[in-house]
Every structure is written in structure tokens, then in C-alpha cells.
Design a protein around this ligand. Structure first.
Ligand SMILES: C[S@@+](CC[C@H](N)C(=O)[O-])C[C@H]1O[C@@H](n2cnc3c(N)ncnc32)[C@H](O)[C@@H]1O
Length: 263
């Protein structure tokens, strides 16, 4: 009987995977990966293959959702399925895990560093002060959902910070930037008018978190819109009520305007 390991690679480069992940990967018969839910900021597929000393079969969303090839291999050998960040955080990979269990294939998780904690902590914000996480979808003709905006408004009304993940269309090599995300929120504010943000709302951008080119920026929407934040991946945070130490951290770590210290 085989086995299926779900391995989170962390956020930056190949060396961000755990020592245990590397040891387990070395003894796998087949290694699969997907990079449509997220990707490593500092490493491409080839570098990952060199690091673990094995070829990696790259899967797209359809391959993973159907699960056929992966489950077939996992029935007869030790198989790993890699993804960036933590394997089950903001992915639908639990579905694959349940399919494996239904087929009697044992599964294990090897966790990786996730944007869910690393974004908050690199900005100096407390993870327990965050409300519901939001993902902003790319605007499309006839598709302008306001639910992400409304969930953020609920967070704000409760004094909670919002972690705002940004859409990825890996097949088109499109990754929403924090600038586009900020514009998305300003457009939603114009349409809904709930008071989530105005010209004096501080917004934070966390770019390539955990990588050698990590960039943190915090400022008013127009300031952020004008900034070149570099290549993907980006995440936005719209803070709720800030503890004074969180405010100080945003000023010192991300360049937030000093007037937030007076609020
Ligand atoms: C669908 S989530 C997947 C999260 C992943 N499983 C994890 O645990 O980190 C992907 C989104 O998280 C954000 N993200 C992931 N890694 C990032 C990084 N290193 N820096 C900034 N944002 C990142 C981006 O907004 C990206 O579109």
C-alpha cells in the first residue's frame, strides 16, 4: 500500500521547507506539485528539483481536482504533493485528502510557513486581532462581487484587521498586485459607500513575504497606488483598531504615516 504526503513548502526559497519535509521527499517514489494556488517567491521548479534530487510532475487545477494520476501513483508507492505556503491553508486540497482516505490510502500533512501568519507577523500585527480572511477576485465583465468588501466592513466594525489575499490566474500568469487590490477596494467603496476606506485610511502591502526581496509598505490608498511594489506575490492588510505597539510597528517596519501613533 502506498501513501500520500501533503507538503507545504513555505513562502520564500527551497530552504524554507522543513528538515522533515526534505527527508521525507528524498524517500518518495513520485513527487507532484501545484503552483496555481500560490508560488515560491525565490525559487522556480528546476531549483526545487535540484534541491530534493528528484523530478517533479507539475499539475494544473484540473489534474488536482480530478486527482486521477496522483491517486493512482499513491495507491502503489510513496507520493508527495507539494504546494507553496501551508498545504491546506486557502487551498481545496482537503478534497484530495478525503478522496485518498476513501480509497484506503493513508495520508499525512507536513506543514509549511503560511502567509496567514507570516503576513501579520512581518508587519508587527497580532494574528489574533484579525477577522475573516478575504480574497479579491480579478474584476471581469459582468462580475463585480461586493461580498469581499462587505466582509471587510464587518471586520472593521468589530475593530479587527482584514487579511486580503489577491487573485491568481496562474494559467494566464496573472497575479493581482497590491496596487490593483487597493484600486479594487476604492472602486467597491464608490459602489457600496459603506465607509470601509477613505483618503486617510491606512492600508498595508506585504510583498514577497519571507523571501530575499520582501517589501512591506503602509500608507494612505493614493500613496500605495503610486508605489512600485515589484513582482508577485502581494497581500493587503486593512488594519482595524491598532494597539499602540502595532501602530509603532507599522510606522517603523512598513513606513506608515506617523500620525497613526496619535490615534
Ligand atoms: C490562495 S492563497 C494560498 C496560501 C498558501 N497556501 C499559504 O499557506 O501561504 C495565495 C495568496 O496568498 C498571498 N501570498 C502567498 N504567498 C505570499 C507571499 N510570499 N507574499 C505575499 N503574499 C503571498 C497572495 O495574495 C496569494 O495570491
Amino acid at each position: 500500500m502506498g501513501e500520500l504526503l501533503f507538503v507545504g513548502l513555505g513562502l520564500g526559497g527551497v530552504q524554507d521547507m522543513s528538515v522533515r519535509a526534505l527527508a521525507e521527499l528524498k524517500s518518495c517514489d513520485v513527487v507532484f506539485a501545484e503552483f496555481y494556488t500560490s508560488k515560491l517567491a525565490d525559487a522556480e521548479l528546476g531549483e526545487l528539483e535540484d534541491f530534493i534530487g528528484k523530478r517533479i510532475r507539475l499539475l494544473d487545477r484540473v489534474d488536482v481536482e480530478e486527482g486521477e494520476e496522483l491517486l493512482k501513483e499513491a495507491k502503489r508507492g510513496k507520493v508527495a504533493f507539494l504546494s507553496a505556503g501551508d498545504t491546506m491553508a486557502a487551498t481545496t486540497h482537503v478534497d484530495l485528502r478525503l478522496q485518498a482516505l476513501d480509497l484506503g490510502i493513508p495520508t499525512r500533512l507536513i506543514h509549511g510557513i503560511s502567509i496567514f501568519t507570516a503576513c501579520a507577523t512581518s508587519l508587527g500585527l497580532q494574528p489574533y486581532k484579525f477577522g475573516r480572511t478575504i480574497t479579491l477576485p480579478f474584476p471581469e465583465k459582468g462580475f463585480h462581487p461586493t461580498s469581499p468588501y462587505e466582509h471587510m466592513l464587518e471586520n472593521k466594525q468589530r475593530g479587527l484587521h482584514s487579511l486580503v489575499l489577491l487573485d491568481i490566474k496562474a494559467d494566464q500568469k496573472r497575479y493581482m498586485s497590491a496596487n490593483e487590490g487597493t484600486q479594487w477596494l476604492l472602486d467597491a467603496e464608490d459602489r457600496v459607500g459603506g465607509g470601509l476606506l477613505d483618503a486617510k485610511t491606512v492600508v498595508c502591502a506585504a510583498c514577497r513575504v519571507g523571501s530575499s526581496t520582501e517589501l512591506l509598505a503602509s500608507g494612505y490608498p493614493q500613496t500605495l497606488l503610486a508605489k512600485d511594489l515589484g513582482p508577485p506575490l502581494h497581500t493587503l492588510v486593512v488594519p482595524g483598531k491598532l494597539h499602540f505597539m502595532e501602530a509603532e510597528a507599522l510606522v517603523k517596519l512598513a513606513g506608515a504615516p506617523e500620525e497613526i501613533l496619535e490615534e
